[in-house]
Design a binder for this molecule. Structure first.
Ligand code: TRP
Length: 331
């Protein structure tokens, strides 16, 4: 059985893009594979974050996992900081990654550019190393993540290869990156040339559907989504980015290709089409939000779940860490 590993960082409010790209896809991995899905709370510290926000968002993420249908009996659901082994592996791995490699990472370049240049935390720089430790610790075969994390998984692959060739044998399992078929390109409703991502910018937030928005807000955002000139509901990302984005969302929810979805709206105007998109979003998000609220309201149950998950995750982690420690001579 292949081992699948993924995590989400508990920073900021999660969006429809996160839902279609991550949460909604994870349950697919829990029947034919052994899935390890976690809350990457240590990674959240790589940029300044309010402790109360971090604490609360961690519970949000695990509640989103549960609301999506991840079943703790099948999937190992855990919190990164409950696993001391990941810190140890990280401390070892930093010695096998080059500063030159880390400085090439797009995410580091983008995020550090926005900071005071004299106050860039080292954790932001070594972010991919901790991520590699996450990946290696559970002997992961498959790592489903969005396009933005691809470079990090590729670097992890390179680190594993380098480590193994230095010490001989397959001490670290080589991971493979996979990206979700849908949801990888959900764009902003107000600016369909840019990704729908969490943002502090008030204007930009109009184009973002947050998973915790209420129904009225969600419908309003969809009805006021930017559309394109013309009046035809057609999938054409170059000429009609706004309509195409709505078709991508509709298609992802209904399990069809956007082109196929467009056939349902031949001859209909933008307003009717948007209403159908809003209905499709609410048909799915409405019940999802109800399940989320039920899980989120019981933090002590979530803590119990984390304890159970940590036991199972550590059980998988210990032999891997032993192998690595032995290989380098620490044991
Ligand atoms: N970096 C991922 C994110 O931004 C979270 C993450 C941390 C992760 N470690 C990982 C994802 C290991 C996959 C595998 O959300």
């Amino acid at each position: 059985m292949a081992r699948v590993l993924s995590g989400v960082k508990p920073t900021g409010k999660m969006t429809l893009g996160n839902y279609l790209g991550s949460f909604r896809n994870f349950p697919k991995f829990q029947d034919d594979n052994q899935a390890y899905i976690f809350v990457a709370d240590l990674h959240a510290l790589t940029l300044p974050i309010d402790p109360l926000v971090l604490h609360s968002t961690t519970y949000d993420i695990v509640s989103f996992y549960l609301a999506s249908g991840l079943d703790p009996k099948k999937t190992v659901l855990f919190r990164q900081s409950d696993i001391p082994e990941v810190g140890m592996l990280n401390a070892i791995l930093v010695n096998y990654v080059y500063m030159g490699e880390l400085s090439l990472m797009t995410q580091f370049k983008e995020k550090s550019a926005k900071l005071n240049q004299k106050a860039i935390g080292c954790g932001l720089f070594t972010y991919p190393v901790l991520m590699a430790a996450d990946i290696f610790l559970y002997d992961s075969d498959i790592v489903p993540v969005g396009e933005d994390q691809r470079q990090h998984v590729e670097l992890a692959h390179e680190i594993a290869r380098r480590f193994n060739s230095r010490y001989g044998g397959e001490i670290i399992k080589l991971p493979k990156y996979v990206t979700p078929a849908v949801g990888k390109r959900i764009m902003s409703l107000s600016d369909p040339l840019h990704k729908m991502s969490k943002s502090d910018d008030r204007e930009a937030q109009k184009g973002v559907i947050y998973l915790q928005d209420d129904e009225k807000t969600i419908r309003k955002k969809i009805m006021s989504a930017i559309t394109d000139s013309g009046s035809e509901v057609k999938f054409d990302p170059a000429e009609k980015p706004g309509i195409s984005n709505l078709l991508t969302i509709y298609g992802a929810l209904k399990g069809m290709e956007p082109e196929e979805a467009s056939k349902l709206f031949v001859g209909q105007n933008y307003g009717t089409f948007k209403k159908a998109v809003a209905d499709a979003v609410m048909d799915e998000l409405g019940p999802f939000q109800q399940r989320f609220n039920a899980f989120r309201s019981d933090e002590s149950a979530l803590e119990d779940l984390f304890s159970q998950g940590a036991l199972k995750a550590r059980e998988a982690a210990k032999p891997v860490l032993n192998r690595v420690m032995k290989a380098v001579g620490l044991r």
